[in-house]
Design a protein around this ligand. Structure first.
Ligand SMILES: [Zn+2]
Length: 173
C-alpha cells in the first residue's frame, strides 16, 4: 500500500498550500539507485512537508526511510543497509538566493515550476549509500581476513553533497 505521489508538483504552490506528502515508493522504480542494489524489492517510505518560514522562504522538510540490500565488497554476500535520511531544504530559484541562506539550510535549486518528488527521494537515497559497502568485521562471512585495524570500524566517507558547491558559494559571500 502506498499513497500515490504526483509525478510533478509545483514547489512554490506546494509551499503556499503547506502541502504534505506521505507514502512509499517502490525501489524498483528508481533506475539510478537500482544499479547499486543487489535486490530491488522493497520500498522507500517518505514524509515530505512544504512550508514557509517567518522570513518568507519556502522550506521542504522531510524524512526518507528505506532498507537497502547491497553487496558486501569483501564477501560478495548480501548486506542489509538501513537508511534514514532527513532533509532540511530551502527552495531557491537561483544561486543568488542560495548565497543568502543561513548555514543550517541546504538550498534546493528549483529553477522551474516543476519538481519531481520521486527524483528527490531517489537522490537522497543515493547520497546515503556507502562508497564501499561492507559488513561489520564480526558479521562478515569472509571473517577477519583482509581487515586491518585502520580499515575496520572506520566510518565510510560520504561523497560530496550535490549542493556542496552551493555551500561553498554561500560561504564566500
Ligand atoms: Zn561481507
Amino acid at each position: 500500500m502506498f499513497a500515490p505521489l504526483p509525478e510533478l508538483i509545483d514547489p512554490w504552490r506546494a509551499v503556499e498550500a503547506g502541502a504534505e506528502f506521505r507514502g512509499s515508493l517502490p525501489l524498483s522504480r528508481m533506475p539510478r539507485l537500482r544499479e547499486s542494489l543487489r535486490a530491488s524489492a522493497g520500498e522507500a517510505r517518505f514524509h515530505l512537508a512544504f512550508s514557509r518560514d517567518p522570513e518568507g522562504r519556502g522550506l521542504l522538510h522531510g524524512e526518507i526511510e528505506a532498507s537497502l540490500v547491497l553487496t558486501c565488497q569483501r564477501c560478495l554476500e548480501a548486506l542489509e543497509f538501513p537508511v534514514l535520511a532527513t532533509l532540511d531544504l530551502a527552495l531557491v530559484s537561483g544561486l543568488d538566493e542560495a548565497g543568502l541562506l543561513p548555514e543550517d539550510l541546504d538550498p534546493l535549486l528549483v529553477p522551474a515550476e516543476h519538481l519531481r518528488l520521486a527524483d528527490l527521494i531517489e537522490d537522497e537515497l543515493l547520497l546515503a549509500l556507502p562508497q564501499i559497502p561492507r559488513h561489520e568485521p564480526g558479521d562478515c562471512p569472509a571473517g577477519g581476513r583482509g581487515w586491518t585495524s585502520e580499515v575496520a570500524g572506520q566510518p565510510v566517507a560520504e561523497g560530496p553533497h550535490p549542493f556542496a558547491m552551493l555551500g561553498n558559494l554561500k560561504s564566500t559571500r
